[in-house]
Every structure is written in structure tokens, then in C-alpha cells.
Design a protein around this ligand. Structure first.
Ligand SMILES: [Zn+2]
Length: 208
């Protein structure tokens, strides 16, 4: 025992480890280190950048039918393949570039999903023309303010709601694909439009 408390530094390290083990997160984030990092750094932090919002919407669409962890493991490959989600660049993808996407084994190989990214980039450009920014258009669905929920348990958190249905319908009317109500709900959580950290989580009630 003495050798562990011989120096102040070692005592400090032990104490930090104890604290790290005590951090409680939303239940879905506890299963894997990548999920923990994403939960702690990205999920639910309000974003207003069109490029980032386009990335989030694309990743949520890619997830449909798969686990979120599968998508997170491929996130960097998606960022690379889609030029860090430059909307103009992706909207201008050529047939040859699409063919390369369809051969890229680092991406989720689903032809319709991959085609939809290019299609959706063009839809975002039209929204930008009509509303100024994609961000303004999206945030108008929550009156430009995060909806802060107060769920006690992860079991209380819905997978969609009337608001995500409304957003889904609107995106659909603007031509978007892979934007069902469940995808839209996950997207709104991730982009910080809906705050769904549960009471057991250390980020409950914070938007940072
Ligand atoms: Zn949380």
C-alpha cells in the first residue's frame, strides 16, 4: 500500500481514475469508447454551420437500419470521401465520382444512400437560395431555441415525435431523401435542437 502513496503524483493518478469511472452518461453512450467520445464532445451541442449540419444529416441517414457505432467508426472515411461535407463540392459530384463512392469499401455500401448524399447536397443549395442558410431553415422548426427535455431515464426518450415528423415532411417536400421522422429526430438531438441528455447523465441540462 505504501508504495502507491509514496509520491503525490501517484495518489493523484489513482484519484483521477476513480473520478473517470464515476462519470455517468446517457445509457446508449456507455457501450464503446467511440460512443463516449462522441457523446461527450459532439452530441447535443447546438450547431449552426451549414456544412456541419449537412454532415450530421448525412451520417444519420447512413445509419438507418444499422448501429450508430458502425457509422461512427466510418465517420472519418465519410469526411474524406465527401470533402469534409462541402455542400457545393458534393452537389457537383460527377458520375465518375459517384462510381468511386460505390466502390469505396470504407463507406456503408448502400447505393441509394450514397446517391442520396449528392442529391441532398443539391437540395441544401436550393434551401440556401430560398432561406439564406440551411441552418436558419432547420432551426426555425424549434423557433431558433433548443428544446430542453427533462427525461429521468433513457427509457423515456422517444425515437421520433410530431416535430420530427413535421421536419421530415418539410425536407421531403424540398426533395430530400433518407430523412424519415426517426432519422430527423436523431438529427435534431445530435445538432442540439432537442436536448435529450437524461437526468443520469453528467451533461444533463448543459448545451456545451
Ligand atoms: Zn448524455
Amino acid at each position: 500500500m505504501n508504495k502507491y502513496i509514496k509520491t503525490g503524483n501517484i495518489v493523484k493518478i489513482i484519484s483521477c481514475r476513480k473520478e473517470a469511472a464515476m462519470i455517468k452518461r446517457c445509457k446508449w453512450a456507455e457501450e464503446h469508447e467511440l460512443l463516449k467520445k462522441y457523446h461527450d464532445q459532439d452530441w447535443g451541442v447546438p450547431i449552426y454551420c451549414d456544412q456541419k449540419l449537412f454532415e450530421y444529416l448525412t451520417l444519420e441517414g447512413a445509419q438507418a437500419g444499422l448501429s450508430w457505432l458502425t457509422v461512427l467508426k466510418k465517420r472519418e472515411h465519410y469526411q474524406k470521401a465527401f470533402h469534409n461535407f462541402s455542400i457545393e463540392r458534393v452537389a457537383a459530384f460527377t458520375t465518375k465520382e459517384l462510381e468511386e463512392l460505390l466502390k469505396n469499401q470504407h463507406l456503408i455500401q448502400h447505393q441509394l444512400k450514397l446517391k442520396s448524399v449528392i442529391h441532398n447536397a443539391n437540395c441544401v443549395l436550393k434551401i440556401q437560395e430560398e432561406f439564406g442558410t440551411f441552418s436558419y431553415f432547420l432551426w426555425s422548426f424549434v423557433d431558433h431555441t433548443t428544446i430542453v427535455n427533462q427525461w429521468t431515464s433513457h427509457l423515456d426518450v422517444p425515437s421520433y415525435n410530431t416535430l420530427s415528423e413535421t421536419l421530415s415532411k418539410s425536407l421531403k417536400s424540398h426533395g430530400f431523401k433518407f430523412i424519415g421522422p426517426t432519422i430527423c429526430y436523431s438529427f435534431m438531438q445530435a445538432a442540439g435542437m432537442i436536448h435529450d441528455h437524461t437526468a443520469e447523465c453528467f451533461k444533463f441540462g448543459t448545451l456545451k
